[in-house]
Ligand binder design. Structure first.
Ligand code: ZN
Length: 238
């Protein structure tokens, strides 16, 4: 066997090994007819619960932030409900370390942003950070993966990584929104402040629920006096 043949064999072996850990079948219908970087087949992807929020003025996701923090526009691409395919995709990304699920979410956000038109004026993508503890267990920040996929799919804007999350905040789940909003204020810290002064920022996160994490991140970013803050998330919890 010559060298090229043995390299090819190793390649096939590695691919088979990868598919053993991440079975290469559609998460929804189980077909194996899907591309190398996909987690859903084309048919299941077309049937996802799209919100089409970019087509309405004052969408429910924009109203979440009214009276709380100045975010000029908000888009969430999919509806998130329990036991749904969207929950499965997010779970794959966050708890099964399946980055391909993040590539799908990033691609959907990129298409939405490009089609909506109003997001042309963006200087930096800002992934919502996770705590160091979560970063250690998960191995990556899911919002960072989504940002990279957004860029790879034609929305070519640099990533600003100066926002960090200093504390772990799992215990907040059962507290009410007002309490949480106030408590979250100190969760984030900001470096390289001057980089984003007078710049148009687009925050990126996986799921939008109460908005308190986003609100806290915005309060922190506002210290840098950015020109505008917009938000795009893959999903919105109904
Ligand atoms: Zn399918």
């Amino acid at each position: 066997m010559n060298k090229i043949q043995s390299y090819l064999k190793i390649g096939v072996f590695l691919k088979a090994l990868l598919h053993l850990f991440y079975p290469h079948i559609c998460l929804q219908c189980g077909t194996d007819e899907l591309g190398e970087y996909q987690v859903l087949c084309d048919n299941c992807e077309s049937q996802l619960p799209y919100t089409h929020f970019t087509q309405i003025q004052h969408s429910p996701v924009e109203k979440i932030f009214w009276g709380r923090v100045q975010i000029s526009s908000v888009v969430s691409v999919l509806f998130f409900t329990k036991e749904s395919i969207v929950q499965k995709i997010i779970f794959e990304l966050k708890y099964k370390q399946n980055k391909k699920a993040g590539y799908l979410l990033g691609r959907l956000i990129a298409y939405e942003l490009i089609n909506a038109g109003k997001y042309n004026a963006v200087d930096y993508l800002v992934p919502i950070p996770i705590s160091k503890r979560k970063l250690r267990t998960r191995g990556f920040n899911q919002s960072q993966i989504i940002c990279e996929a957004i860029i790879a799919n034609g929305f070519n804007v640099p990533i600003f990584n100066g926002l960090t999350k200093s504390k772990h905040s799992d215990t907040q789940t059962h507290k009410d929104r007002m309490q949480r909003g106030a408590q979250s204020e100190n969760l984030f810290s900001l470096a390289h402040v001057k980089v984003i002064t007078n710049k148009r920022l687009l925050l990126i996160d996986d799921v939008l629920t109460t908005g308190s994490t986003i609100e806290a991140a915005c309060i922190c970013l506002l210290e840098a006096n950015p020109l505008t803050i917009q938000l795009a998330t893959a999903a919105y919890t109904l």
